[in-house]
Design a protein around this ligand. Structure first.
Ligand SMILES: *Cc1c(COP(=O)(O)O)cnc(C)c1O
Length: 402
């Protein structure tokens, strides 16, 4: 800033793609003394979480809650259906698909990774070829990331189910919705998804610490045929517990459960269709601003085709060192924290500083997004980074219903 005052005092805004902003209602719900984990109110409250989680996932199947982050949910899902030596297919459009593939490798699976780059969706034709070539049906599962948070690509899950069906391939369709659940339209049953994983700290607006695995009866049959499943990750006792203790294979994540209750109440009161529509409108406002900035300078959306852009996270290129400079400026001067670029360049590569991401998942509304965009505009101006003018007008038009 050219003068020496700071504009960073006031409520900070963490606009990174997870953890996301935690609503006051969730914080208040968590602010309490330790409850009894053997009987009483916590037990009743916890029973009620499962049907509501399934409403958010749009499934009549099963839901298991784990004390873990998203990586733990990845491992939980794999541990139940993939044994060492089993083959899995992983179409990739970013670092998180590669991460899940890596985890499967670490658990002894044989992984075939189809790399479709880091700025566009899968090539369904290529996936179809690979599945048809697998006449012996050796692929036991396809691991699919709905929204890859590194690239901000959103993939077509219903389309992938059609490809599997058309190839007559019985592999389980396993989907990572860690970034997309309660942000983007996702229909677990209608889209034929067998296993879905999610985490608490993105669209679900709860601090990191809960992992979720949803699965249908087909996946339960595959689990039943497994030679063994590690006791902690085994989903079977968690969905049909003989005692409350078995829900979590030990002590319940007490405070997170209260937070989750409050978050589910907010999500279901708004309604899934409205939650999705809100995220879409806010995302379109962000894209509109970015497109205008890009007309007069180096800023560019990582995903060119709006049809394949996430509504929950936006990856941007701006050229080194502008990405890091902009993040630093808006954080120190405005109290606004933007996400680092992920998976686009190694941290020791100068190009690392040319990428950043915006998280717009969960507890976000119109004034927050306009503040986010206004903050970026101020940063571009302060740092003399060339940019097109009229970005905020363009975003306001979208917010206003254009
Ligand atoms: C955040 C994220 C993960 C990893 O979750 P952690 O809680 O950081 O382990 C995995 N997949 C996707 C798509 C994500 O957005």
């Amino acid at each position: 800033m050219k003068d020496d005052i700071t504009l960073a005092q006031g409520r900070g805004y963490l606009a990174i793609p997870g953890p996301s902003v935690v609503p006051e209602a969730v914080l208040r719900a968590m602010h309490r003394g330790a409850p009894n984990i053997y009987e009483g109110e916590l037990i009743e409250m916890t029973h009620g979480l499962f049907p509501d989680l399934k409403r958010v996932a749009r499934t009549g199947g099963h839901a298991a809650i784990y004390i873990c982050n998203g990586h733990g949910a990845w491992e939980a899902a794999l541990a139940n259906v993939v044994a060492p030596g089993d083959r899995v297919l992983v179409p990739s459009s970013g670092a998180f698909a590669q991460g899940w593939a890596e985890m499967a490798r670490g658990m002894g699976a044989e992984v075939e990774l189809l790399d479709f780059g880091r700025s566009g969706p899968w090539d369904m034709g290529r996936i179809a070829e690979v599945l048809r070539a697998d006449a012996a049906h050796r692929f036991k599962a396809v691991l699919a990331v709905h929204v890859d948070t590194s690239s901000s690509v959103r993939n077509d899950i219903a389309g992938l189910r059609r490809v599997l069906d058309e190839a007559g391939h019985p592999a389980l369709l396993m989907v990572d919705c860690i970034a997309s659940l309660a942000c983007e339209r996702f229909e677990m049953d209608a889209w034929g998804v067998d296993v879905m994983v999610a985490g608490s700290q993105k669209g679900l607006m709860v601090p990191p610490g809960l992992g979720f695995v949803f699965f249908n009866d087909r996946a339960a049959e595959v689990r039943a045929a497994m030679p063994r499943v590690s006791r902690y990750w085994d989903w079977a006792p968690r969905v049909a517990p003989e005692s409350f203790y078995q829900y979590f294979a030990g002590t319940a994540p007490t405070h997170h459960l209260y937070g989750l209750r409050a978050a589910l109440d907010m999500i279901l009161a708004e309604g899934m269709e409205h939650v999705w529509a809100r995220h879409e409108r806010l995302a379109r406002a962000i894209w509109a601003a970015c497109e205008v900035w890009g007309q007069g300078g180096p800023l560019a959306l990582n995903v060119a085709d709006p049809a394949h852009r996430s509504h929950a996270v936006t990856a941007l290129r701006i050229g080194a060192p502008h990405g890091t400079a902009l993040r630093n400026w808006v954080e120190s001067h405005l109290g606004l924290t933007l996400g680092i670029g992920l998976g686009m360049a190694a941290p020791d590569d100068p190009q690392w500083h040319g990428h950043f991401r915006l998280g717009h998942m969960g507890h976000v509304n119109g004034h927050m997004i306009l503040g986010l965009l206004g903050g970026i505009e101020a940063g571009l101006t302060a740092l003399d980074i060339p940019h097109g003018h009229g970005a905020i007008d363009a975003a306001a038009e979208v917010i206003a219903g254009g």
